[in-house]
Ligand binder design. Sequence first.
Ligand code: FAD
Length: 421
Amino acid sequence: MMQLSNTIGIIGAGPIGLIVAIELCKKGYSKDLFIFEEHELIGRPVHCAGLISNRCFNIFRYSSDLDYVQNKVRGAIFYSPLKAKELVVEREQTQAFVIDREIYDRTLAEIVESEGVRIYRKCRIEDVVESGEGYKLYSTKGQSFRVKILVNAEGARYLILRKVGLKSPDNKFLLTAIQYELNNVKNIDQDYVEIFTGNLWAPGFFAWLIPLDEKRARIGLATCRRPAIKYLNHLILKHPMLKDRVNNSKITKVLAGRVVISGPLSKCTARNFIAVGDAGGFCKPTTGGGLYYGGLSAKLAAKMIDTTITSEDYTKIPSFDRMWRRLFGKEIVYMRILRDIVFNLNDLELEEMFSLARELSISDIASKIGDIDYQSNVVKELVGCCFRGMVFKKIIFWNILYRMFLGIFDHFGELCRLIRI
Ligand SMILES: Cc1cc2nc3c(=O)[nH]c(=O)nc-3n(C[C@H](O)[C@H](O)[C@H](O)COP(=O)(O)OP(=O)(O)OC[C@H]3O[C@@H](n4cnc5c(N)ncnc54)[C@H](O)[C@@H]3O)c2cc1C
């Protein structure tokens, strides 16, 4: 057994595990840090569309080398499910970056290794057992390691999480995703992401087109139904806003993965153990985007570990759960309520929403107040719209308000936790 006592072990060299490592290196822990990654090549296989907000890009830009930036966008075009009506949300300046996740993850790994941190590649941890003050880790190749603090950044697999007795997200919040990268796509506006709504196209979620340049794009979707590939092929062959644009395209890359829309787990910590990134559910409940809140969870975990080690008080680790709630817990509740409303509307209701959104100039409002990472403003505005909409005696608004009420009721436990901190 390799004795790595008094050390910090990170399972998973995805972006979030690597951000924890970078933040710990900044605090002087590079010699006490070990990362375990099952794959040989960091960043592969990719399972991401690579769209991140300006804010996320700036906070987690650890290198001046920006080879991983592929495009910048300043707006989004939403298509209604049945009539493909457009709703455009836009600003003058760049709102989001499109990045190559393989290069981004590799860049982070290079930074970590340049600090002297060892990444054990091709080292899949299959078992984790509490031992003394820390944990013993066992790899599939028969190696074993001992660590004092364990950071779980295994992504959306939840194997390690269950081993320490924590509860993984409900399966209904783990969606199957699939994405093609295509060349020769016609009529791409590089400035806009396109979102295809409706259960007809992506049941339980939505589909996307993310432009890489004027001819190449990532087209993908996530769904609660299987097989997801059937829905993606149906989308590109039949969607009125896509079919004629991709008829001469070639698929150059295919990727698949799990999109997590649960939001953070109610408990992400155990004794000397913290779950971060997808492993802790740190993704947006409305879009599954995991880099921003995952990155924040990584920074916070590094801070908690530093405080714990400096004070030699290992009982401090569970306060990670209180800290993330204090930082962004309220936003997560808003996004969960928005998720529960939007993904439960049927296609007729969604279509009606698109029509009314035009009447009520919702896209202008969203262009002004919308924020990819902080969506509570949109929820508050939606409440206002519902009241204004009721004046028009539209049933749909009563329906949304009713669902909002149900949402508050559903998330009552989490709201109480927020009030207590
Ligand atoms: C199709 C798709 C599109 C997406 N698009 C976006 C987007 O546009 N923007 C956005 O912000 N987010 C997006 N996401 C979500 C984003 O990809 C994830 O939130 C992000 O990758 C989470 O990073 P992570 O480090 O927590 O996990 P991962 O990236 O999954 O990394 C976990 C790492 O741990 C390794 N590992 C797992 N178990 C073990 C083990 N037992 N032993 C050793 N190694 C192990 C894995 O091999 C992997 O390398 C998307 C997800 C999908 C599926």
